[in-house]
Design a protein around this ligand. Structure first.
Ligand SMILES: Nc1ncnc2c1ncn2[C@@H]1O[C@H](COP(=O)(O)OP(=O)(O)O)[C@@H](O)[C@H]1O
Ligand SMILES: [Mg+2]
Length: 348
């Protein structure tokens, strides 16, 4: 357990965000890379780390050059990699931020991202498939807006999209089954309720019904047939990017969005803990957890429950809070750091 405490604006979330960039994706806040650079700086930023993972010790680094860059650079042990996807094999990471407090009420895209992060901790290739699909889809959407779009090029893009889409859906179904089995055998009345996840997606249903190759053809055909509609809507209407995840509060059998704010937070923590537990059992490696402002909303008993659960998991968990006392129950093994004016001070 790594506890970071200090006043608002001290730089605690900033540290968690830096850590979150050591896995593929856009990090904890999902921000555009341009927005991560220091205001009034030169537009560049970088994160360097030393990591102990099941593959051994490794130095992971990532950087971004503000100029005209659209993607970040990633280096492993000093060697520049082709893409951020290379990071996936070293670290798995899950996070919870105050912005996710409304996850069950908010747009489906937020829940999908949250779920895809869970899937990625079981499947190294998942994040790369998701970003490849999104890139191809953007290309197809742009091409459809051309007055006389090249049909051959469109068909090529659609075939490639179908390949990625099927890989995404298969990984989601596998993770969803695995989590369902895990939740069923670990449902306990602890301080954090278990959740029942349900995945609703057209492509996920396709791959559950047909062999992968056939599902690919089916989706490529769906895309070809919906060019007219997609052109008029200026987006792709059908695909894995439209899947949604619904969550039930297990003990109460109530849809999560109908639970109280506090219950929803506890449910989210329960999901993350259960997922970390499942990952530990399946992969024998726990994900790193980034729990921003997690302790503040919990009563003392739940805080104790959280620290006990984290200690039992044995995974590295970064937590932030405004007050050192919030971590009083975390025990002697927790590392405590005071963050003040953008500087980290070791406490004990
Ligand atoms: N791009 C930026 N450049 C400079 N300062 C920033 C930038 N983004 C945020 N900040 C400031 O950094 C400070 C630390 O933010 P944060 O890490 O979120 O604090 P907290 O400790 O409350 O989590 C805040 O005062 C914020 O306004
Ligand atoms: Mg913060």
């Amino acid at each position: 357990m790594i506890c970071l405490f200090g006043p608002n604006g001290a730089g605690k979330t900033n540290i968690l965000e830096a850590v979150s960039l050591l896995v593929p994706g856009r990090g904890l806040r999902g921000q555009d890379f341009h927005h991560l650079a220091r205001l009034e700086g030169n537009g560049n930023w970088a994160v360097a780390s030393e990591v102990q993972c099941p593959l051994g010790e490794v130095r992971l680094g990532t950087s971004f050059e503000g100029g005209g860059a659209t993607s970040r650079k990633v280096a492993v042990d000093g060697h520049v990699e082709k893409s951020a996807g290379a990071l996936a094999q070293y670290l798995k990471m899950l996070w919870l931020t105050p912005a996710q407090d409304r996850l069950f009420m908010g747009p489906g895209s937020d829940r999908r991202r949250f779920f895809d992060r869970m899937v990625a901790s079981f499947n190294d290739a998942h994040a790369s498939h998701v970003s490849a699909f999104e890139k191809l889809m953007r290309e197809r959407n742009a091409l459809l807006q051309h007055h006389r779009a090249d049909e051959v090029w469109l068909a090529t893009l659609e075939t490639q999209m179908a390949e990625q889409a099927i890989a995404i859906a298969v990984a989601r179904n596998q993770a969803s089954d695995l989590l369902a089995r895990h939740f069923a055998s670990h449902a306990s009345p602890g301080p954090f309720p278990w959740g029942v996840l349900q995945l609703h997606g057209e492509i996920e249903e396709l791959v559950a019904t047909f062999p992968a190759v056939q599902a690919e053809d089916e989706y490529a055909k769906i895309l070809a047939d919906s060019r007219g509609l997609d052109r008029s809507q200026q987006r792709t209407m059908r695909g894995p990017h439209r899947a949604d995840i619904s969550v039930l509060h297990g003990p109460k059998s109530t849809p999560a969005e109908m639970c109280s704010t506090g219950e929803q937070k506890a449910l989210l923590i329960g999901l993350v803990l259960a997922q970390a537990q499942a990952a530990k059992e399946v992969l024998e490696a726990s994900p790193i957890l980034l729990l921003d402002e997690v302790a503040a909303h919990l009563d003392e008993a739940r805080r104790r429950g959280l620290f006990a659960a984290l200690a039992a998991l044995g995974c590295q968990a970064w937590m932030t809070g405004t007050d050192e006392n919030l971590f009083a129950e975390a025990g002697a093994s927790a590392c405590r750091y005071e963050v003040k004016d953008g500087t980290v001070h070791v406490r004990y």
